[in-house]
Ligand binder design. Structure first.
Ligand code: AMP
Length: 563
């Protein structure tokens, strides 16, 4: 049995979830519900309305998806849908539907994301085949309602996910129109990172006596954070996380660290990656026996291992005296969990370092933790290849210094003397330092990890506030609120900025004023358009030509790697 420090820890089974779901969650390596899941799942299963203040990273998607799946009838399901989830963006529609698939696979749930930019004919066919859960952007949902290809009279639950984002993107009227198409006795669930009056107004009009849940709220309690902790965060895209962590660890060179992951799978994968990078890392998760856990702990204490990769559940009750670093591989799902993890370092007056890797979307959750703990987490740049080299040189220098102070070096004198007959003594020293340097570190990767500016990671509202057209030639990230589109035509085909503006304004809903910076290279062009309109522009231009040429149009894949 794993020791448990938290008050009355709740398992997914305690929440009364059906066995098919428990199996799926365990298969995904989820060890316990996050706070928002603990609070939201029971009332949602009972079909209560709910307003949840929760940012990305809290586990909010499972908080509303699991109750829907819990109530999914085993058989005799009609054409549906019985659940409608409205989301602000295509990306979120895809993510949420993947989550429904992952959790509900064993239950045979029929899930369909529908969003602008995807051929509508295909969506019409998929809807016609029957579906339980539709996850839609408001514009495309209305489009289908107008065509009568999406019928909402069987809907029992409507979820408004990231409601503040949807309102910021101008979907308020669309949302209300859609809600009016659904049955009066539906369950309505609203999740939003912030609850400004406009959201409260929407909730007041469409939710009945909702349960309210707030995450990351200031408790007014002294946070109880140990005083001697340096707290930093790194903004990094998911794909670059393992490399970024390796880089940060190389620079920090912890003596003993715990890296917290969300799931068992993540623990296993990361352990493998870090071992491949030359670290002595050990996995620790709730699926392991007490004996295995003790063995791992012993290795950390004796210094045979330097990194412990663990889930929260597995790390509970661990007493690791000499921990120097706590690393959050993801932003923790609640500020309490952050405080609890960090509480393991900085004990007995020792200094400690807390490091958090955050995906751009988790920026708000990071801010919520800062508010709750009333401490600043400074956002740092991921070490560059040059930083890494500088750090290794510094370590080499320190090692040489130690050797100079302590070791008896007479034994090597003859080697140096014979070399100085031919070379300058400085050159001999340089060669020796090079040898020491080369043998000092694990292989360093030479590829730079794209830096994400903190500003660019801020939420949609902030981005939109400063939006507009501006010259950003040569700048790596698009203007706030804008997305860069790639057009497969460039100077080589005689393309000028006005040709691109003309094509976009002529084919899509955008006007010239909405279009941002334009960059024209020999074989391609990059054009900034408002994020909310990107899909429409792509869709519209796919069917047309630019200066008589058919051109590839898509989102720019990786802004930082382009040049
Ligand atoms: P969300 O806040 O819904 O975007 O979820 C954030 C991330 O947490 C997603 O990658 C989920 O797969 C993951 N997640 C959600 N619930 C849990 C849980 N109980 N245990 C571990 N990971 C979870």
């Amino acid at each position: 049995m794993i020791p448990d420090e938290s008050d009355g820890a709740t398992s997914f089974a305690d929440l009364g979830l059906r066995s098919g779901l428990l199996e799926a969650l365990s298969g995904l390596g989820y060890e316990e519900p996050t706070p928002i899941q603990r609070e939201a799942i029971p009332p949602l299963v009972e079909r209560k309305d709910l307003v949840g203040q929760a940012a990305t990273g809290t586990g909010k998607t499972a908080a509303f998806a699991l109750p829907v799946l819990q109530r999914l009838p085993e058989e005799g399901r009609g054409p549906g849908p019985t659940t409608l989830v409205l989301v602000p963006t295509r990306e979120l529609a895809v993510q949420v539907s993947q989550a429904f698939h992952r959790y509900g696979r064993g239950l045979g749930v029929r899930v369909l994301p529908i969003y602008g930019g995807q051929p509508i004919g295909w969506q019409v066919k998929a809807l016609g085949r029957g579906v339980d859960v539709v996850i839609a952007t408001p514009g495309r949902a209305l489009d289908h309602i107008g065509r009568e290809t999406l019928r909402l009279h069987d809907v029992q639950t409507v979820v408004l996910d990231e409601a503040d984002e949807m309102l910021d993107m101008g979907f308020a009227d669309d949302i209300e129109e859609i809600l009016q198409e659904t049955p009066e006795d539906r369950q309505t669930v609203l999740f939003s990172a912030t609850l400004p009056p406009r959201i409260e107004g929407l909730a007041g009009r469409y939710l009945k006596d909702p349960v309210r849940i707030q995450m990351g709220r200031e408790t007014g309690q002294p946070p109880g954070m140990p005083p001697l902790i340096r707290q930093s965060a790194y903004m990094v895209a998911r794909a670059h996380k393992p490399a970024a962590l390796g880089r940060v660890l190389d620079v920090e060179a912890p003596t003993a660290a715990i890296v917290f992951c969300r799931t068992r799978e993540e623990v296993d994968q990361l352990t493998e990656t870090l071992n491949g990078r030359g670290y002595r890392a050990e996995a620790l998760h709730g699926g392991m026996s007490q004996e295995q856990r003790d063995r791992v702990m012993g290795r950390l204490r004796s210094g045979a291992a330097e990194l412990l990769i663990a889930t929260d559940v597995a790390a509970r009750g661990l007493d690791v005296e000499h921990l120097t670093h706590v690393v959050n591989y993801n932003v923790p799902s609640a500020s309490d969990s952050y405080v609890h993890r960090i509480g393991r370092i900085g004990r007995a007056g020792r200094e400690g370092v807390a490091i958090t890797l955050a995906e751009p979307r988790e920026h708000r959750m990071l801010k919520a933790i800062e508010r709750a703990t009333r401490q600043r987490i400074s956002v740092e740049k991921i070490p560059t290849v040059a930083d890494l080299r500088a750090r290794r040189l510094e370590m080499t220098r320190a090692t040489l210094n130690e050797v100079l102070l302590e070791d008896d070096l007479e034994h090597y004198r003859a080697v140096v003397e014979s070399l100085t007959e031919e070379y300058d003594i400085m050159e001999v020293a340089l060669a020796a330092v090079k040898l020491a340097y080369d043998s000092s570190g694990a292989a360093t990767d030479e590829e730079e990890i794209p830096q994400i500016a903190e500003r660019a990671a801020r939420d949609g509202k902030d981005r939109r506030d400063t939006g507009g057209r501006r010259e950003r030639r040569g700048n790596r990230s698009p203007a706030p609120g804008m997305t860069r589109l790639f057009f497969g035509v460039g100077r080589g085909s005689g393309i000028r900025p006005q040709d691109l503006v003309g094509a976009i304004a002529g084919e899509s809903r955008l006007s010239g004023r909405d279009i941002g910076a334009i960059e024209i290279a020999d074989r391609f062009s990059l054009v900034e358009v408002p994020e909310a309109a990107a899909d429409d522009v792509i869709n519209a231009l796919r069917r047309s030509t630019i200066k008589g040429r058919k051109a590839t149009v898509r989102r720019e894949r990786d802004a930082a790697n382009k040049r």
